[in-house]
Design a binder for this molecule. Sequence first.
Ligand code: PMP
Length: 349
Amino acid sequence: MELSHRQDAFRHLNIMCKREIKKFLQVPDNFTIMLQQGGATMQYTAIVKNLIGLKPFKKAMHLKTGMWSNQCFAELKKYSEVITVADTITANDCTAMVPHDQWKIDPEASFFSYCSNETVNGFEIPWETFPWHLIPKDCPVCVDMSSNIGTNHIPWEKVGVIYAGAQKNLGTAGCTVIIVRNDLMGKAAADTPILCDWETFENSPDKCYNTPCVWAIYVTGLNVSYMNQQGGLEHYIQLAKQRSSMIWSFIDSSNGFYKTKITDSHYRSHVNICFRIQNGDKEIEAQFIKEAKNCGIVQITGHYFNPGIRISMYNSQPMGGVVYLISFMRQFMQQHTKHSSLKYAQARL
Ligand code: PMP
């Protein structure tokens, strides 16, 4: 799309996209919405460079719960001292939350960061039971919501920064949504990379420091507008609940044929459902993926960091897709349990 970003046509698209996002996510007026490039990954650098100076000790607090928060940790660490509040990777292979009374809280930290839904590990941290009382009042909470934005109500009165690539639940790749509480703007360190400096970006002409992702902003605006017309956030929260509860209850009724390693069901993701088949039988899992592909069910291979099967269901996933998947999973299970009980009976003869 060859529109100049300094002309009205794009100005309107940009404003429209942010308005639709504000409406959809119910963002209050004391937050600034920015649409940038660089993905959620660039915001790892941005949060530390913009916020580390909030206190003189130059420390960050970070919660590690899976692959993405681990990557974020590595980036924060380049620029500041980072207190690991809890680390479920080493504690329990991302299968449960470290008990809140074991969290290491440092009141000297400038900010607290975490990932609300670990896309690769299928580990989601619900807002309702987050231990807000542990976080010092002057320590803004920064949340990577790349995979579960638009599937739950954000408690705006409790958070400082929310960021997410648009590509999963809101729009298309290339557009990153960054929502910052206004009092946190304008605090960037002097050596902040220019594209990570929120205040500079927001105060630039047309609220774009450099060429924005014109096409991705256009498509994201259209899609969020469509989601608002479909019933808005409430509608998509209900869909996410329905999709995930259908699959989780099917998995739970499969007598261990399908099994998740997440031991505390409270942290099971509504968006990325990760499980193993027959206790991680690689041959059967490969067959499952192959047969699923033949049925038109694709991209369900788990990540190397968390092998097995991963079913990702973002806001565009219709209920029909879930019903179809469950009927495939049921048939696959029936075939394989029949097959293995036959093998077992033959072995006994
Ligand atoms: N955080 C999470 C939770 C993610 O799922 C992803 C991408 N899958 C990222 C960060 C990285 O996002 P991006 O590719 O937009 O930089």
